[in-house]
Design a protein around this ligand. Structure first.
Ligand code: LLP
Length: 417
């Protein structure tokens, strides 16, 4: 059976199921995921490093739907989490502590306690202050916290400035110089920490395949210096995620081969294992947001196609001027014209695409906003008291509703007056 999104005649399909049948059964706007493609994308990364000891920790922030976490767990994935909430999610689907890496610049004491209790594999430390706090918490709990230091290598990921994280001006990690000082502080005085890994993540949606090999060189050279100067027993290197996908036809997803080729001999030489934290490259292409056209509005200067989906379901175009392909669920003939695809939210920034050339749909048509599997639903909000949408996962040719749309009562349940 074909996996992913494709046309059968004029109908858009997902893993053998028609998208129209899903939208008609469960309503719109609705997120639809291809389980077949999720498995394929995970495997493609996990199998890219043969003969290496590699831990693929799926970045939960990109899509934390329980059904998707369970699917990936069953494939043998580990998890990269950034909050106590994400910790609870992965534990809920049965992940073991030693399959969990805890990142994030602002871990609270409660989150640290919960993660220590769960026996996480590693805390990725982002600052000296965090290291000291974790040491205290571990001491109180009479335990040792396994840690990595997140190093900010000052490498430009050449991606959108809002999703770039490895430059000196970003809030993430510590500089190489300060990492060495922190390594020495851990050895001499933070005795409830066990330093075992160096971590880096320089940004998201990286498409230039020369960047990771350069990062490998920089991190490997640094690791040798680090071990020499701190005496730390480093056993792994974590290169984070960031592998880009093709949102536009003219783009190509990041080719992982140059990275694999660069990293394999170096880690072998140093006797280190590899950790990765991919999110978008696994989930991005596996999700679509299906929407129904509410109105066509001919303005004086522009034509607007008004969706029932908006920035509250998919904020990426608003936040990063991100491009998402928009496909008809049922192809229709007609002349292409330039239109704005917008939502019903009361903001000028509420758009899915601007100045897009497309065959003008009609009121009631279903359209599919593609590559919305990562940073889609997870960034949805209830702004304008809009319910967050339902989610359907298609697995083995069967569509299953894995999250109902919010009800009004869900939205107001913690309020009083
Ligand atoms: N590891 C760390 C430490 C991260 O901060 C991130 C993403 C990842 C791994 C996963 O990166 P990925 O493989 O998904 O590129 N909301 C933005 C993306 C924010 C990325 C945040 N960190 C967007 O919609 O483009």
């Amino acid at each position: 059976m074909a996996v992913g999104f494709y046309y059968k005649g004029s109908e858009l399909m997902v893993d053998g199921v028609s998208m129209r049948s899903i939208a008609e059964k469960h309503g719109t706007p609705i997120y639809v995921y291809s389980g077949g493609l999720i498995v394929q994308n995970y495997r493609r990364i996990a199998d890219q490093f043969p003969g290496m000891d590699v831990m693929v920790a799926y970045s939960v922030k990109s899509n934390s739907s329980l059904a998707i976490l369970k699917l990936l767990k069953d494939q043998g994935a580990s998890f990269d989490i950034v909050s106590g909430g994400e910790l609870q999610r992965v534990l809920k689907v049965g992940a073991k502590g030693d399959r969990i890496i805890f990142a994030g610049v602002g871990k609270s004491k409660d989150e640290m306690r919960a993660a220590l209790k769960a026996g996480v594999k590693e805390f990725n430390l982002e600052s000296e202050a965090e290291a000291r706090r974790l040491n205290e918490v571990a001491k109180e709990m009479r335990t040792i916290a396994p840690v990595a230091i997140r190093v900010n290598p000052d490498v430009d990921a050449k991606t959108h400035k809002y999703i770039s994280t490895g430059k000196a001006e970003n809030k993430f990690g510590v500089s190489m110089k300060r990492a060495i000082a922190l390594g020495n502080e851990i050895r001499t005085s933070l005795t409830n920490l066990k330093l075992q890994c160096l971590h880096t993540h320089i940004g998201s949606q990286i498409l230039d395949s020369t960047i990771h090999p350069r990062l490998v060189k920089k991190m490997v050279d640094f690791t040798e210096t680090f071990i020499r100067e701190t005496g730390a027993a480093i056993t792994s290197l974590d290169f984070g995620g960031g592998f880009g996908i093709a949102y536009q036809k003219r783009q190509k997803p990041l080719d992982l081969k140059p990275f694999a080729k660069a990293v394999a001999p170096e880690l072998k030489r140093l006797g280190l294992s590899l950790r990765l934290e991919p999110g978008r490259s696994i989930l991005g292409p596996c999700g679509a947001l299906v929407t129904e056209v509410q109105y066509i509005k001919r303005g004086d200067k522009k034509t607007f196609v008004i969706f029932d989906a908006s920035m509250t379901e998919l904020i990426r175009p608003t936040l990063y001027e991100a491009y998402h392909e928009i496909l008809p669920v049922t192809k229709r003939r007609g002349k292409a014209e330039v239109v704005d695809f917008v939502g019903p939210v009361c903001e000028s920034t509420d758009f899915i695409a601007k100045d897009r050339k497309a065959v003008l749909p009609a009121q009631g048509d279903l359209l599919s906003i593609m590559d919305a599997g990562a940073y889609g639903f997870v960034m949805a909000s209830n702004y304008n008291t809009r319910p967050r949408p339902a989610e359907v996962l298609v697995k083995d040719g069967k569509a299953k509703l894995v999250r109902k749309q919010d009800t009004f009562d869900d939205i107001v349940k913690n309020e009083s007056f």
